[in-house]
Design a protein around this ligand. Structure first.
Ligand code: 5GP
Ligand code: ZN
Length: 112
């Protein structure tokens, strides 16, 4: 997916404030944070959304979820955090490259 925004971030064609990187995943700060800490965890390989994931993504998805508490703590979120995956236009997804939002901090997170 050459024209995908997050693929461009993975390739370094668009700058990002990176928080973590390995062979499979990239973590960077959201450009429009909705909380004092707002990270995006993405797979480096393009997959459009959670709706396109298959059994082959099982370990990757597990890895991403298990990274969330570690990253949250590393960024000072010692009182908890929220995770969110928007899927499809009906789920509010705007960038069609799978991403896990991890955010928190500040006084109070809005009640869902
Ligand atoms: P979605 O609404 O698809 O779940 O979330 C997309 C997120 O990507 C939004 O929170 C938005 O602020 C973030 N975003 C969009 N473009 C960029 C960008 O160029 N750089 C970074 N770091 N975040 C972006
Ligand atoms: Zn992509």
């Amino acid at each position: 997916m050459t024209d995908c925004l997050f693929c461009k971030i993975v390739r370094g064609e668009i700058p990002s404030k990176k928080a973590y990187e390995d062979d499979e995943v990239l973590v960077f700060h959201d450009i429009h944070p909705i909380a004092p800490v707002h990270l995006l965890l993405i797979p480096k390989a393009h997959v459009a959304s959670l709706g396109e994931c298959t059994a082959e993504h099982q370990s990757l998805l597990g890895k991403m979820l298990l990274m969330a508490p570690k990253l949250a703590l590393e960024h000072g979120l010692d009182n908890g955090f929220r995770t969110m995956i928007n899927t499809g236009p009906g789920g509010g997804q705007e960038v069609f490259h799978l991403h896990l939002h991890v955010f928190g901090g500040g006084d109070r997170i809005p009640k869902l």
